[in-house]
Design a protein around this ligand. Structure first.
Ligand code: 3HC
Ligand code: NAI
Length: 690
């Protein structure tokens, strides 16, 4: 089937694009558009053209999969130019989303008609790119430089009405038949209007300075936002063709950058994560309308709030009356905060709150479709809770645990229905963090996994299915990363130095600030319970000593750092430096100056080696799943594509050689290279190709 068809409707030629699922501008579509424009132009009886798309959306962009291949003619800017050059009026009829190259094609048309429900945007920045098919020069001509910058730097789409108000579209229709509306509109058109011929409305020079300041604060070190600002500046200063030539250069530079490669990898990795062996379209999904959340603490209240956001009824249970009241108050505050920030209407908040019930009685959970347990991290408590759930919950209810480290199979054994038990590992704050680790137990049923994945979508989270082991994927790797941080402290790197180096490298927070935020007591308790703790007195020594001193982090005003009352800003603490020096001396660890490169390599390669072991053990199905987990749950820089993609970027041989060097320097205990890493290094392989 051709991806682009040309039909005659009276005196109008209709060019329709049909390239499911999102009508991406593949090579075949670009060729088809060129041909269709030529044919319609040659046909003397044609007076106007309509460009429309089949399926769920207008063109959603260039075909991102083609970016890793050599470019093939016709190039997209030439296609856009061809449409614009038409000697007869050409109208884009937009439904769904007109994104990236799709919106650029629409801006190449002389007129734009959008359905009320349509969205339009240039999201290239999210892929480390800038619009590369003349969009940076067209959008400012239509909506002004300031609005264009706002749209391109945020990458967020705007709705049809906003697009009409801004001048990006010419008409909005509520018609159920977009083609009919477009054909009617086309009859009215006689004039050719080319965006390239419009002047860029005058703009205050400060808007560029403001944009740069914003980038410096929120997109530090990223290439494409800076290039977007430069391109829009040029649009205001030079002619269209000169601006387009510069845009092409900028686009090539961005496309070939490791940042864009990392961001494109993350885009596909998140979509890949939804494809799970044994779970397909045919796998049934259990209905989830009534949710019960056990434990009204930090996690339980956030999970309950997130579930209320999906329209479910939620029963919140806690054994402690005060804890329950605190949890309910937290949830109310979250709703109020949502209203204050304009994220929710008063009505939505009231509706959410009235769907919440609190209880201390397990009998109230009898009709729950899904139970999420978030009580204390203790196996005996979890088993007792699951035993009770087994007696009260209806048959077919999904019984989920939010444990961060405990054995999901052991918890499942406390019930007579292990097939219904699954790990749903939310991240703190549960209503904010995008990651949901879905832990498949030995006996978890496929439809439970399918339901968990669909729940993740409803929660607007990325669900990643992982196997059952200590810490699953994310926390198991965190354990290795944290271990190196802790050893580096003993060896002489200050907490604030490690945090600065790793945040400069791109991590959202440094490991020491994270420890203080999460609470040093939490990790301490988990380590105390572990039977397989390495026989190494240096292992998490500093964190353990601080926890034993009651320095739990932000909640006690002191941890790895100290905190002024009411402040969350970490302040380096000479007492901690002294404690570390004393511990190092006591253990006979010689302190030295440690360079930035070593800090980065030891922490990040510790992640990569543990990730490789996780793949060897089959705990993650794909290395890209590990990347999704670290990007969305642990603040790993998205533009580096996740730890495994990063390893592929530097090369498995480079990582392997460094790991061998660390083994020679620091011994076998932590730096024995995994067989998988060694194999990839020897064969020139990549984690991404496994
Ligand atoms: N190229 C190739 N494949 C694409 C694609 C694209 N631009 N956009 C989506 N897909 C694929 C997805 O990978 C997925 O494939 P799969 O089913 O095999 O996993 C499938 O289309 C459906 O995508 P989603 O699961 O994301 O579907 P949704 O309905 O949830 O969302 C969407 C649809 C809003 C269009 C979303 O897919 C999206 O945001 N796509 C990316 C849009 C984009 O970034 N466009 C700009 C591209 S860069 C560009 O145009 C450069 C130009 O300036 C030169
Ligand atoms: P928390 O201490 O804030 O809350 C636990 C709540 O459970 C308390 O309100 C307590 O009264 C209640 N509770 C204890 N035993 C109970 C029982 N038998 N029946 C009913 N309620 C009971 O704990 P938090 O931090 O919310 O952690 C809960 C779970 O979530 C743990 O398994 C933890 O490992 C996990 N988790 C925690 C994360 C975090 O950052 N805090 C992140 C991800 C998972």
């Amino acid at each position: 089937m051709p991806h682009v068809k040309l039909e005659r409707r009276g005196t109008t030629a209709v060019i329709s694009v049909d390239n499911p699922p999102v009508n991406a501008l593949s090579h075949a579509v670009r060729e088809g558009l060129m041909r269709a424009a030529d044919e319609a132009e040659e046909d003397r009886s044609v007076q106007a053209l309509v460009l429309i798309c089949s399926g769920r959306t207008f063109i959603a962009g260039a075909d991102i999969r083609e970016f890793d291949q050599p470019p093939k003619k016709p190039y997209l800017p030439d296609v856009v130019a061809r449409l614009e050059a038409c000697s007869k009026p050409i109208l884009a009829a937009i439904h769904g989303t007109a994104l990236g190259g799709g919106l650029e094609v629409a801006m190449g048309c002389h007129y734009r008609l959008a359905l009320e429900s349509a969205k339009l945007g240039l999201p290239e920045v999210k892929l480390g790119l800038l619009p590369g098919a003349t969009g940076t020069q067209r959008l400012p001509r239509l909506v002004g430089a300031e609005r264009a910058l706002e749209m391109m730097l945020s990458g967020e789409a705007i709705d049809a009405q906003a697009a009409l108000d801004a001048g990006l579209v010419d008409r909005v229709t509520g018609s159920a038949d977009l083609l009919a509306a477009a054909l009617g509109y086309a009859q009215e058109l006689s004039e050719i209007r080319r965006v390239r011929d419009l002047p860029v409305p005058p703009a205050e020079p400060e808007i560029f300075e403001r944009a740069r300041r914003k980038i410096a604060a929120s997109a530090r070190g990223l290439l494409s936002p800076e290039k977007i600002v430069q391109a829009v500046e040029l649009a205001a200063e030079v002619g269209f063709d000169e601006g387009v030539a510069a845009e092409r250069e900028f686009f090539a530079e961005c496309k070939d950058s490791p940042q864009s490669s990392g961001l494109r990898h993350a885009f596909f990795a998140e979509r890949e994560a939804a494809k799970v062996p044994g779970v397909g379209k045919e796998t049934p999904v259990r209905e989830i309308q009534r949710v019960a959340v056990l434990g009204a603490g930090t996690m339980g209240s956030g999970i309950a709030y997130a579930c209320l956001g999906t329209g479910c009824r939620v029963h919140l249970l806690d054994s402690d009356a005060d804890g329950l009241a605190r949890g309910e108050a937290t949830i109310r505050k979250l709703f109020e905060g949502g209203v204050a920030r304009g994220k929710l209407t008063e009505h939505e908040a009231a509706d959410g709150i009235q769907r919440l019930r609190t209880t201390r009685d397990y009998a109230d959970l009898a009709d729950a479709d899904l139970v999420v347990e978030a009580v204390f991290e203790n196996m005996a408590v979890k088993k007792e809770v699951f035993g009770k759930l087994d007696t009260v919950c209806k048959s077919g209810a999904i019984l989920a645990t939010n444990t961060s480290t405990l054995d999901v199979d052991a918890i499942a054994e406390a019930t007579g229905r292990p097939q219904d038990v699954v790990g749903l590992h939310f991240f703190s704050p549960a209503h904010v963090m995008r990651l949901l680790e879905i832990v498949r137990g030995r006996q978890t049923a496929d439809d439970v996994i399918a339901t968990a994945l669909s729940l993740a979508k409803r929660l607007r989270k990325v669900g990643v299915v992982v196997g059952n082991c200590f810490g699953f994927v994310g926390n198991r790797m965190l354990y290795s990363y944290g271990r190196e941080n802790q050893l580096l402290l003993l060896e002489g790197a200050a907490p604030e130095c490690i945090d600065r180096v790793l945040t400069n490298w791109g991590m959202a927070m440094g490991p020491n600030a994270v420890g203080d935020l999460a609470g040093l007591d939490v990790g301490y308790k988990i380590r105390q319970e572990r039977a397989d703790r390495p026989d190494d007195p240096r292992f998490y020594r500093v964190a353990d000593r601080l926890a034993e001193l009651g320095r739990f982090g932000q909640k006690t005003g002191a941890g790895m750092y100290r905190y002024e009352p009411g402040s969350r800003t970490p302040v380096p603490d000479p007492e901690v430096r002294q404690l570390i020096r004393d511990e190092a001396e006591h253990l006979g660890v010689e302190q030295r100056d440690i360079g930035e490169t070593e800090i980065i390599e030891r922490c990040i390669y510790a992640l990569v080696t543990e990730g490789a072991r996780i793949l060897e053990d089959g705990i993650a199905a794909r290395s890209s799943d590990i990347d999704v987990i670290w990007i969305n749950g642990y603040g790993f820089p998205r533009y580096r594509g996740g730890p495994m993609h990063f390893a592929d970027t530097v090369g498995a041989d480079t990582v392997y050689n460094k790991v061998c060097e660390f083994r020679a320097r620091f011994g076998d205990r932590y730096w024995r290279p995994p067989a998988l890493l060694e194999r990839l290094a020897r064969t020139g392989g990549r984690f991404g190709d496994l």
